[in-house]
Design a protein around this ligand. Structure first.
Ligand code: HEC
Length: 106
């Protein structure tokens, strides 16, 4: 039994990112600096529902805005069949989430 402990600890350690809450992965609009909170709210809604349908909520801040805009979002918008308008709305949320200061770690 004793030899199991390091394995269990390792598993616990590597599962940590999976324990991030939805609010940590996709910060609520109330925490963001934006001059268009309504649009961001709509973007976050799509991000946490339509986009999350396939693979759960991805951590927004794990990618740079350049990666999101240049590659990931166009590819994923196609998968999600978003209109160009909705894609822009999701991007508005992603941009606000990345550019706002991250909340302090608990
Ligand atoms: C039809 C299913 C589907 C939908 C809808 C979908 N995705 Fe994905 N997504 C995938 C699959 C499959 C992968 C992994 C393979 C890949 O990267 O293409 C992925 C990968 C990703 C990644 C990791 C990419 C990387 O390069 O690290 C991100 C971030 C992501 N999706 C975000 C989104 C966002 C945002 C939306 C909504 C606009 C979305 N996804 C909608 C299927 C989907």
């Amino acid at each position: 039994m004793k030899s199991l402990t390091p394995a269990v600890a390792a598993i616990a350690l590597f599962s940590l990112p999976a324990c991030q809450s939805v609010d940590e992965k996709a910060p609520p609009v109330s925490q963001l600096e934006t001059d268009d909170p309504e649009r961001c709210e709509q973007g976050r809604y799509v991000y946490t529902t339509v986009c999350a349908d396939c693979h759960g909520v991805k951590p927004v801040r794990a990618r740079t805005i350049t990666e999101w805009r240049g590659e990931i979002l166009p590819r994923m918008s196609q998968k999600a069949r978003l209109s160009p308008e909705l894609e822009a709305t999701v991007l508005a949320y992603i941009r606000a989430a990345i550019e706002s200061p991250a909340p302090p770690k608990p």
